[in-house]
Design a binder for this molecule. Sequence first.
Ligand SMILES: Cc1cc2nc3c(=O)[nH]c(=O)nc-3n(C[C@H](O)[C@H](O)[C@H](O)COP(=O)(O)OP(=O)(O)OC[C@H]3O[C@@H](n4cnc5c(N)ncnc54)[C@H](O)[C@@H]3O)c2cc1C
Ligand code: SF4
Ligand code: SF4
Length: 1021
Amino acid sequence: MNAPEPKPVTFVPRGAAGELARRLRRAVAGDVLFDRASRGRYSTDASIYQVEPVGVLVPRSDADVRAAFDVCRTLQVPLLPRGAGSSQCGQTVGAALVVDHSKYLNHVVTFDRDARTVTVEPGIVLDALNAWLKPHGLRFPVDVSTSAQCTLGGMTGNNSCGSRSIAYGNMVHNVLAVDAMLADGTEVRFGPESEMNEAVPRVRELLQRLKALGARERDEIERRVPKVMRRVGGYNIDLCCPQSERPYTDDGSVNYAHLLVGSEGTLAWTRAVTLRLAPPPQHRVLGVVNFPTLYKAMDSARHIVRLGPSAVELVDRTMIDLARGNPAFRPVIERALIGEPDAILLVEFIGDAVDAPARALGDLVALMGDLGLPGSVVQMTDAGAQKALWEVRKAGLNIMMSMKGDGKPVSFIEDCAVPLEHLADYVDRLTAVFRKHGTRGTWYAHASVGTLHVRPILDMRRDGAMKMRAIAEEASAMVREYKGAYSGEHGDGLVRSEWVGWQFGPRLTRAFEQIKDLFDPAGLMNPGKIVRGTRMDDATLFRFGPDHHPIPLDTALDWSAWDVHNDPITDTLSAPGTGGDPAHGFAKAVEMCNNNGHCRKFDAGTMCPSYRATRDEQHLTRGRANTLRLALSGQLGPDALASPAVREAFDLCVSCKGCRRECPTGVDMAKMKIEFLHHWQRAHGLSAKDRLVAHLPRWAPWAARAPWLLNARNAIRGLAVLGERTLGLSARRSLPAWRRDTFLRDAIAQSGECAMEGDVVLFVDTFTNYFEPENAHAALAVLRATGCRVHIARAAAGDPDPARPLCCGRTFLAAGLVDEAKREAHRVVEALAPQVERGAAVVGIEPSCLLTLRDEFLVLGVGAAAQRLAERAFLIEEFLAREHRAGRLRLALAALPEKRALLHGHCHQKAFDAMGATREVLGFVPGLAVDVVESSCCGMAGSFGYEAAHFDVSMRMAELSLLPAVRAADPATLIVADGTSCRHQIADGTMTTGRRDAVHVVRVLARAIDAEGAGPGVWLK
Ligand SMILES: Cc1cc2nc3c(=O)[nH]c(=O)nc-3n(C[C@H](O)[C@H](O)[C@H](O)COP(=O)(O)OP(=O)(O)OC[C@H]3O[C@@H](n4cnc5c(N)ncnc54)[C@H](O)[C@@H]3O)c2cc1C
Ligand code: SF4
Ligand code: SF4
């Protein structure tokens, strides 16, 4: 096919941006963001593209949007509506005023339980809507994978589809009406033909011309629009004569809202959308069919769909292997496998009565026998097992996306839909095409509707664009041959608008342009998408084009693990440090963010507390990664890394490490913040407060000699106010109280000489030692009760400061003082090396301190001994749980008066998967039931919550779920929290409502040891 000539994405009059910003600021109450960094953060979505917007508006109300339309019309600046920005095709990038609805316009407008309908604002997130509907026994059934972040406005804009579309249809089958505003300001409710208000001249004109166009093009529509359900490219011009296997309306009537569904914000602004709801199915069963070849799996799909499943999802060999390689997923996937299949299909049946799905499962077993694969089905009726397996499928994709190096899986043909009878041949032939172009793809997803996701691995900085076009041309030829749809799920955007003409032919392409001009004659709505698009391989629009060059940078941390090349065919990585990154791997680590938007979530997990509290793109993992990427590639101006714009983006990052674990590509923003702060403090120095907090471990021994002096600040209000004025420490906070009876002083005084060859080394951190020594005493008592010999970690004899306690260096890292942190790390590694070499376990109490030994120590350049220490370093509960599982732990515990415990996990505990161990050891206490708070960060996060500037946001974080859960707990419930800061936040946050004091898990165990009836502990080897 001949590619069209490149065209500008859009033309914005010179000087318009400044005038637009000025007028908007006068006209709207919402956030008006025109600074370079904000525009940069909105210049990307989950596609390969980057186009800088003119500015960004985060409207507070409909009135704000109306005002913005007026201003834009006057200045002739285009508008681009946006939800979560999780589009994969570049729908939400453009030189326009981006209007982000997700922060404020996210409410339910009306709900009719009997009619099973709901009307919502465009920015509401699908999971949030379904949580709202749950008590009413209903839900919105279009279950897209991005349900935790995608908005209903965006889903409508993209005509999104879920795994169960075979049962529930796409958005177009579930949208009943759209309340919209046209670019000229006309407000129209688009819905069933009979309900359209033709008294309005503009509406009358629209309908007359649309009807005429539909009648004129009827034959062409029948000829050119693919007859598959999964067709989301172009406009739904077939609304008057649907070509989809599934009609758009139940009775075949015309609903004009369906023209806006899938229109990608190019026709009108969606103010509200009315949706059809469904009750959740009462029963689900899953049959996992094991296939010897991928071909056979694909060939069987057409037979399987005749059994009426709600989903048929593919997991290929690569994903099976990835899941097997993960200790958490291995048992789950193994349960689904029979032998060594090349592919499995997850076939789900649903029903309101138990017998229908069960019968269908039996039919599946029989069918597979008929197809020559007897005994190939693993039957899963247990809801927990089914859920676990669906999680594996999702995680497999995430692991694939976490590929290091410049070659990345690129989305451009990943949702072609072909009729099921051709699926097997299509997969086979496309695999050969990939091979021919020196790459490969991993196949997954919706076999039920012929939409298989596949992303070939391409390097867009080098030959990726060329290969992308070549592969797209070959794939499209196949799609045409099979009479399929080139876009079956993700839409057109920048990557596929060029292909609209190819798919629908010149007549319908012209008709699409006429529809666009009819709705939006001035071309103000998201120009360059669906009609009059640009070339898919226009490198000037790429995020990582040939001109993308990171700046050279000497880094403080070791990022070499990211500085690698990958080989797509062999799936191998070159040695660390060989990837050619002038920023020594830091830029490549930042570039791991592919903008999928997963961090915009509010469900279980930690990531990202600052976004949860603010809903600002700036205060989101993705926003920070984009800010860093722009700074590191010179796109925010010279020396931008140490600029205020980057500092602002990091201001509310609490270094919780939630992203380290939960980001699909492993973006570790907490570590990146350390690197950034290193460069910041070198350029700008440190504030008095930062210096004071950072050096706390060094001056703490002096403070402990006269604790009353420092503690006076908590008792005398005037001192607290003075502290806020001079240091910025909030007067609304109490500070941790210094103690004279520090643990190390007392423990050493009691035990005289430490047993230098202990089985366990107790690493007591600065905070526990100086502020809560009773926790360290409890830990010592618990360890001793198990019978093990305990060595208390102390500085090595040759240490220049042998009397000063060891310290993990956390406070230095939090200030970017990497060299000081390195010094502390060296002390720890050297002091503990003899015990570590002898195989002793190093056990700690405070999660953020102990886990520094397992995390940051490894990138501080401390040497191989740090790796060995990391392997032997455990939180006390991890250590006890490990010994218990190995059958070596004997710890006699008696029941406590409290029968329930409410457990809040420290973010780093969660990031390092230690919560299971904490629950497990609490379970050692007889009769103690443990509930876990589904909480993100407590908001205190080291010194963050103590700072006056952060007090409010810190409390907002705590109020999201932690504090309400603590307040709701029965007074007899034990509140358990291992983090020093978490305990302080809980005490502060409940001060006025009935103070609750949380305790460390070791205190619970120690009490249970002391409790009457507990026998002596016995340590078995
Ligand atoms: C990892 C991953 C998995 C995905 N899985 C799926 C999947 O299973 N199924 C699927 O269909 N898609 C999937 N997608 C694509 C995408 O997540 C969905 O299309 C999603 O519904 C988009 O929602 P959003 O809020 O991010 O919309 P955005 O990307 O912000 O916007 C989408 C379109 O809607 C328009 N729009 C937004 N709000 C309005 C408004 N108020 N008025 C007019 N136009 C508006 C925008 O201009 C844009 O053209 C996936 C994407 C990723 C990254
Ligand atoms: S930071 Fe991670 S989760 Fe967030 S958008 Fe980037 S890749 Fe996705
Ligand atoms: S470390 Fe925590 S606060 Fe910072 S970006 Fe990651 S999830 Fe967000």
